[in-house]
Write a protein that binds this ligand. Structure first.
Ligand code: FMN
Length: 227
């Protein structure tokens, strides 16, 4: 076992459904790989409702957040429910949203695998790509499976190939980001500096102490020995 930690998120709140099938396949695929596998299974999760009056900073990080933060690579397996992610999983993301402008997932790699009966998986992939990128992550790839029309073995092979790419990039310590992420960095940095100038105290300033010395994400990544 090496130090690489791969988190599999089973986004379905259902037990013994398709999510468990995909989770089993991915776990089996990773069995002989040089990594530690962690699982967040939405069907085992005790979600607490999002409560804006009690910021997550005060409550402490949720289990979902803790697992995200520990991971080097994240594989999201998510069904489409009414053209979106299941509500229970959305609450988990809502509870981490207070970290939205802190690039909490910087250097982490993500693969998105969405599945549905007939429609909505592609749109959900696009949404997740943007969501993870705005948390600072690098999206390695996304793939969709439609139970009514697509070939499950082919789709799993695509997923496995993306997993190999992700693990290689983690091993090689490679990190890329998009222009949009760079623009977000500049925008939030300006926001944080303005807050500080006007003595407005916010939680994100704590995290931004790490980023403030850098003019850009590119510079931050270069100086942290990432390629
Ligand atoms: C509440 C609910 C809403 C669904 N909405 C959609 C949908 O919008 N589009 C679609 O193609 N399939 C939809 N489905 C079908 C699921 O995406 C499909 O059955 C999937 O395999 C369920 O995965 P799971 O067993 O891991 O929960 C829905 C299923 C449920 C339970």
């Amino acid at each position: 076992m090496c130090g690489m930690n791969i988190l599999i998120i089973k986004g379905s709140p259902r037990k013994n459904g398709m999510g468990d099938y995909f989770l089993g396949q991915v776990t089996e695929y990773l069995k002989d790989k040089d990594c530690t596998v962690d699982i967040f299974d939405q069907s085992h999760s005790q979600i607490s409702r999002y409560d804006a009056d009690m910021d997550a900073c005060e409550k402490g990080p949720s289990l979902f957040e803790q697992k995200l933060m520990k991971a080097d690579g994240i594989i999201l397996l998510c069904p489409v429910y009414l053209k979106q992610m299941p509500g229970a999983l959305k609450i988990e993301f809502d509870n981490v949203s207070y970290r939205m402008h802190e690039f909490p997932l910087i250097r982490k790699k993500v693969i998105i695998f969405n599945y549905a009966s007939t429609h909505g998986a592609k749109e959900l992939s696009e949404y997740f790509c943007e969501l993870f990128k705005s948390f600072g992550a690098e999206v390695i790839g996304s793939h969709e499976h439609y139970t009514m029309s697509s070939d499950i073995d082919y789709d799993l092979d695509c997923l496995f190939s993306q997993i190999d790419t992700m693990m290689k990039r983690i091993e090689d310590n490679v990190c890329t980001f998009t222009i949009r992420q760079e623009k977000l960095f500049t925008y939030v940095k300006r926001l944080v500096l303005t807050e500080m100038k006007h003595n407005v105290i916010t939680n994100k300033q704590e995290r931004w102490k790490e980023f403030l010395p850098y003019d850009s994400l590119a510079q931050y990544i270069k100086e942290h020995d990432l390629k």
